[in-house]
Ligand binder design. Structure first.
Ligand code: MOS
Length: 698
């Protein structure tokens, strides 16, 4: 038996196809006779459509149809109001789809969309986010937890603390902007619907289509073979899926809708801004006596989503008094949603920056301060940790980075006009897992086929699942084929919440283990079709655990701040993670590094501005919304420590897709503070802000 497949740095199976351009994405399907659709976005922030004049658009040669709220196919109700497009004249936010042009070519569809004349009855709108908004309220729940968790008497404990930090951090709206925009190609054959769509979860896409078009799921196939990233924005279907299917039904033609980059900010979701007040009270030896983390954010009127930034304070540090709470206000804004590590990414920026402030006030090393506040049980709720190696990550990171002997005093390392500084921050992300099904088939030629409707959004999922299978079957990796990304395969949950590999892998492991047992009992040659086993982890993967299960990590950063230009260049970024068993050293490293790059963008360049006059974001393309490029990304290292945790899943893995973005921005912000002595409390740390602060200091 070979059990070497798991953990090996296996190359992505689709790598060659991708780099050679052979991999086809949703908008690139060679469907004969396909037409193209182009949405018309609303130009008002609130009100209703009073008329859609399609005359000029329909007069263009090659235009097939213009769908309007009056004549578009009627949809059944679904749980997701962001998908109820072209069903009524109501405009809930700017950018909402108010008409859809369909034409023979992409160019004609775009020209037709521009020729559509829409008239509106506008209503006054409110797109002004303030933390003390009069309509703000405490929601009942945020994600899977209560909006507020409290123990002890936090206000009194803070007031009585000998050492106090009371500070407020701001994170702007952020946009996911995956490299491949949202896109769908839809085709009806009689009453069967086939879609190729760029999705993190084809099983959900199929059930949503079944709801909206009142079809049995058996008549729908959703294919997402290759997906060019998502970062949460493709976690649930977006309007492109629905609009393409509507247009295809209406015209009787296959239709592709590839969302234009500049329309994405208003229709595919974003990370809502947060204002986070942190109050940390401590004794003079650095032990926390009070931790208050209060978050304000917004949501849209279409669908409530609360950026649950305060949940990290329920996990990180021991404190006899705790408050972790959220308030939200519904505004006339585009719907916000998941963006990589929703909650944790902005939450740990604020918490880990505040901890750095406390270290400053105490005159204590920030690594030691964190170690001193290590809890022995989960602070909120008191459950034992299934495993927690944050201290080991901090120590190992400090060793690799060369942290020891650091001069704590800010503004002391100078190289000409450059100020050099280093910073540290912790990382955490919860372990999540959902029930899945999977099939495993043994073929007479000695090969195996594993099938599961997983989505490989660039993570290497199909490769890692082959490793899980090969390990469970005890065969070499090259004997296993994996089929993913098609809803005709066994249903599976989405690639999100850093839970994909654990969820799908559990079912694959189960199927392969049962298949191994079946093969052991089998005598003689296998039948031509082989022997198949199907597994379903319902009841296994959704069982409540008595343990608090989280991955942890530590980020270390070195920056150089130019005192003349205000520019921050990152010199080094190093992450050390404790995330259970690492199943593929190559793809895991890529996940960690990729997320750290995204954290670098969050810290230094990425931001959208909610223009309250228009209810929209001016940063509507990649020239305005700055994601890091190669030149911005320096020496970047990801390491992990071996962590054995028997309370997770049969592979012993924790999710790794999101933890790399958690705390990275704080490590960089803390490094900028160490370099300059300036504490900026609003992201991103752009040259104008740094220069303004430097000039007002000097
Ligand atoms: Mo992730 S934001 O759950 O795709």
């Amino acid at each position: 038996m070979t059990h070497t497949a798991l953990g090996a740095p296996a190359e992505r199976r689709e790598g060659r196809q991708k780099v050679s351009g052979a991999a086809r994405y949703a908008a690139e399907q060679p469907v004969p006779g396909r037409a193209h659709a182009w949405p018309v976005p609303a130009t008002i922030a609130r009100g209703r459509v009073t008329g859609v004049d399609t005359t000029a658009a329909l007069a263009l040669p090659g235009v097939l149809a213009v769908l309007t709220p009056d004549d578009a196919p009627r949809l059944a109700e679904s749980d997701d109001a962001t998908l109820a497009v072209l069903q009524d004249p109501h405009v809930p936010h700017r950018g909402w789809c108010v008409a859809l042009a369909v034409a023979e070519t992409l160019e004609t569809a775009r020209a037709a969309a521009r020729a559509v004349r829409v008239t509106y009855a506008g209503e006054p709108h409110d797109a002004e986010f303030t933390e003390d908004h009069p309509r703000a309220h405490e929601p009942e729940r945020v994600s899977s937890g209560p909006a507020r968790v409290e123990h002890g008497d936090p206000e009194a404990a803070f007031a009585a603390a000998p050492v106090r930090v009371d500070t407020t951090y701001r994170v702007p709206p952020l946009h996911n902007h995956p490299l491949e925009p949202h896109a769908t190609t839809a085709q009806w054959t009689g009453d069967r619907l086939t879609v190729h769509t760029s999705s993190q979860g084809g099983t959900t896409a199929r059930s949503v289509l079944a709801q909206l078009f009142a079809l049995p799921e058996e008549r729908i196939t959703v294919v997402s073979e290759h997906v060019g990233g998502g970062f949460g924005a493709k976690g649930t279907p977006r309007p492109d899926l629905v609009l393409a299917a509507m247009a295809a039904r209406h015209t009787g033609r296959p239709v592709t809708l590839a969302q234009a980059r500049r329309d994405m900010p208003t229709v595919v979701g974003h990370r809502a801004p947060t204002v986070q007040r942190l109050r940390l009270g401590a004794s003079t030896d650095g032990r926390l006596t009070a931790l208050l983390h209060e978050v304000s954010t917004y949501t849209s009127h279409v669908k409530e989503f609360v950026e649950y930034a305060a949940v990290v304070s329920r996990v990180m540090y021991a404190s006899p008094a705790l408050r972790s709470s959220h308030r939200v206000v519904a505004l006339d804004v585009p719907s916000n949603s998941w963006m990589r590590a929703p909650g944790e990414a902005p939450g740990m920026y604020a918490l880990e920056s505040a901890v750095d402030e406390l270290a400053d006030v105490l005159g204590m090393d920030p690594v030691e301060l964190r170690v001193r506040n290590e809890p022995d049980r989960e602070p909120a709720g008191g459950a034992p940790f299934s495993s927690r190696h944050l201290v080991e990550c901090l120590r190992e990171g400090a060793r690799r980075f060369g942290w020891d002997g650091r001069d704590r005093r800010p503004g002391t390392r100078r190289e000409g006009p450059l100020l050099i500084g280093t910073g540290v921050a912790a990382a955490t992300y919860p372990v999540k897992v959902s029930p899945s099904t999977a099939g495993a088939r043994a073929l007479p030629d000695g090969g195996f086929v594993v099938q599961v409707n997983a989505a490989d959004i660039g993570t290497g999922a199909r490769t890692v699942l082959a490793q899980v299978a090969a390990d469970a079957l005890g065969v070499p990796l090259d004997r296993v084929r994996t089929d993913v990304g098609n809803s005709d395969l066994p249903p599976a949950p989405l690639a999100g919440d850093s839970s994909g590999t654990a969820s799908w892998g559990w079912a694959v492991h189960q199927a392969c283990t049962e298949l191994t047992a079946r093969l052991a009992r089998h005598t003689g040659p296998l039948p031509d079709e082989g022997i198949e086993v199907r597994a379903d982890t319902t009841g296994l993967a959704d069982a409540d655990s008595p343990y608090a299960r989280h991955a942890f990590g530590a980020h270390f950063a070195e920056v150089a701040v130019d005192t003349i230009t205000g520019e921050t260049r990152v010199r080094r970024l190093l992450g050390v993670y404790a995330a259970g068993r690492i199943l593929n050293a190559r793809t895991a490293r890529s996940q960690f590094v990729g997320a750290m790059v995204m954290g670098l963008g969050m810290a230094l360049t990425e931001h959208s501005t909610l223009d309250s006059a228009f209810g929209d974001f001016p940063e509507a393309d990649l020239a305005g919304y700055h994601v890091p490029t190669h030149a911005d990304v320096p020496d970047i290292e990801a390491h992990w420590i071996d962590e054995e945790d028997p309370h997770l899943n049969p592979m012993g893995s924790k999710g790794i897709g999101e933890i790399g973005i958690v705390g990275t921005a704080a490590a960089l912000g803390n490094a900028v503070h160490h370099a300059t002595g300036i504490r900026l409390r609003e992201l991103p740390l752009t040259p104008d802000r740094i220069l303004t602060a430097l000039l007002s200091e000097g």
